[in-house]
Ligand binder design. Structure first.
Ligand SMILES: NC(=O)c1ccc[n+]([C@@H]2O[C@H](COP(=O)([O-])OP(=O)(O)OC[C@H]3O[C@@H](n4cnc5c(N)ncnc54)[C@H](OP(=O)(O)O)[C@@H]3O)[C@@H](O)[C@H]2O)c1
Length: 486
């Protein structure tokens, strides 16, 4: 976790004084989330049905110095949810920063054997509780000025699993969709909503599955990392060397204590950055390098290898350009080869070159800085979009191929972020208005809003996340047809 010292700026990696409600906090993922938020300085309220378990947890948390209170509440009951939120409102003076809808359960049967009662228990516990608690929390989250909802979903809500859980899966699918809808509807209230979808994580809920050795073997066999996760690995729980261009990625790594090497083509700008970072006490060195040149990439990686004694923990493939946006029929062969070599080939080749160094580090990480243009169609150039689509797919392939080498690979896909690359677009007022109009948060992003995700993904806290493409987009990619009514 980021520490502060005389040289570092104010850390954004804290929840000091923020208020949080975590449902189902006495076991499994909810328990891990309560501890993570409390460690980060949040004041947490949690609930569970078993009073003895809750009291035991509260005693432990008190001993650890965490600010946690708790209520007995069955989150599947409408009345009890209302009582819970009344209590939370009184405790936190009508303001809540964080709602973690974590409660969930499963009943395992073939679909034709589920009864109406099974259906209503699962719906009420997993989905209705999250929906209704979000409704009840809305005024409190809005009043806080910076609200956050996390819906604890599951991989079962994304793909079909042979675990005899069709109702459970549907409730999780409903949560994933709810995250998209609330993200658009409540963005104006400064409430962000996200869904976290874990794969098998070792908790009491999944013990019946994991204690079956054959089943566990099947899971390991299908998981590139060849293991199940641990409760403290899921990403609600938060947060050592690399390469980048100055705009996006550099802002956070220095602050978190990494020893960073970066590159750019313009020597004067590079030297100016290095001077600034020195005054901030960051350990950053730099090389002049054109990442679109194969020979220069090889030279760069040799330099990195000798700087870091043949070991590299983090490679950020951030270089990319979109110098020209034309109709597809007008692109020349030179455009194709320039954009491909700058955006994609540089990332591909640097990843190849870095592989032995990342493997030697024992805990390697690659981030591909992609774009939402690689996720859906925009009119910002088909070559640029294809290079970014290639990066998103590369993240998946390398994640599977290099998991055994303890290297995680993820793709970060920003929407419009205020950097020199996007200046020509965003300085056009009409264009900017279009961007705002289609973005639930009604603004472009800031570089720090990307660099914090990049840093998080490289941290041990993200140790079970690999092969993902995560959009940093103010809700842009989930906005199907959510238009402004006023
Ligand atoms: N573990 C995994 O592999 C995995 C994977 C994907 C998604 N998830 C999701 O993650 C969430 C947490 O799962 P978990 O594995 O941590 O479960 P868990 O180990 O069974 O823990 C559940 C927690 O929630 C509480 N709880 C359960 N039902 C409740 C209710 N009706 N009202 C209030 N509290 C209730 C439990 O305490 P009491 O029993 O005392 O109420 C306990 O503290 C669930 O939504 C689950 O679907 C888990």
């Amino acid at each position: 976790m980021a520490q502060t010292n005389g040289c570092r700026g104010q850390s954004r990696w804290t929840l000091e004084g923020k208020t949080a409600l975590v449902t189902g906090g006495t076991k499994g993922l909810g328990h891990a989330v309560v501890e993570e938020l409390a460690e980060l300085g949040a004041i947490v309220h949690t609930c569970a049905r078993n009073e003895a378990d809750l009291d035991e947890c509260l005693r432990e948390w008190k001993m650890k110095g965490f600010k946690v209170t708790g209520s007995i509440c069955d989150a599947s009951s409408r009345r009890e949810r209302e009582m819970l939120m009344d209590k939370v409102s009184a405790l936190f003076n009508g303001k809540l920063n964080i709602l973690i809808n974590n409660v969930g359960t499963s009943i395992r049967k073939p679909t034709v054997e589920y009864t109406a009662e099974d259906f209503s228990v699962l719906m009420a516990t997993n989905f209705e509780s999250a929906y209704h608690l979000s409704q009840l929390a809305h005024p409190l989250l809005k009043a806080s000025g910076a609200g956050n909802i996390i819906l604890m979903s599951s991989i079962a809500g994304l793909v079909s699993l042979n675990t005899g859980n069709s109702i459970y899966a549907a409730t999780k699918g409903a949560m994933n969709q709810l995250a998209k809808n609330l993200a658009c509807e409540w963005a104006r209230d400064n409430i962000r909503t996200n869904s976290v979808a874990p794969w098998f994580i070792r908790t009491p809920l999944v013990e019946p599955y994991l204690s079956d050795e054959k089943f566990l073997e099947e899971i390991k066999c299908r998981t590139p990392m060849e293991r199940t996760g641990e409760p403290d690995e899921q990403p609600v729980r938060h947060l050592d060397d690399f390469l980048a261009h100055k705009s996006l990625s550099m802002l956070l790594f220095g602050e978190l204590g990494a020893i960073v090497h970066t590159c750019a083509r313009n020597e004067a700008e590079l030297n100016e950055c290095l001077r600034e970072w020195k005054t901030k006490c960051f350990k950053v060195t730099g090389s002049v390098c054109d990442a679109s040149s194969r020979a220069e990439r090889e030279k760069l990686m040799k330099q990195v290898s000798s700087l870091f004694n043949g070991k590299l923990n983090i490679l950020i493939n951030n270089v990319g350009t979109n110098y020209t946006t034309k109709p597809t029929v007008e692109y020349m062969a030179e455009d194709l080869s320039f954009l491909m070599s700058t955006n994609f080939e540089s990332a591909y080749h640097l990843s190849q070159l870095a592989h032995p160094l990342l493997k030697a580090s024992g805990a390697g990480n690659i981030i591909l800085v992609s774009s939402v243009c690689g996720v859906l169609s925009t009119n910002l150039g088909t070559i640029y979009a294809a290079t970014k689509g290639a990066m998103n797919q590369l993240a998946k392939n390398l994640a599977c191929e290099w998991a055994r080498d303890n290297i995680r690979i993820n793709s970060v896909a920003p929407w419009f972020i205020t950097t020199p690359l996007t200046e020509p677009y965003l300085s056009d007022e009409k264009f900017l208005e279009e961007v705002k109009c289609r973005t639930p948060m009604e603004r472009p992003g800031e570089p720090k809003e990307v660099s914090s995700l990049v840093a998080f993904l490289c941290m041990p806290a993200a140790s079970y996340i690999t092969g993902q493409t995560i959009c940093v987009d103010g809700g842009f990619t989930v906005n199907g047809f959510f238009f402004r009514r006023t």
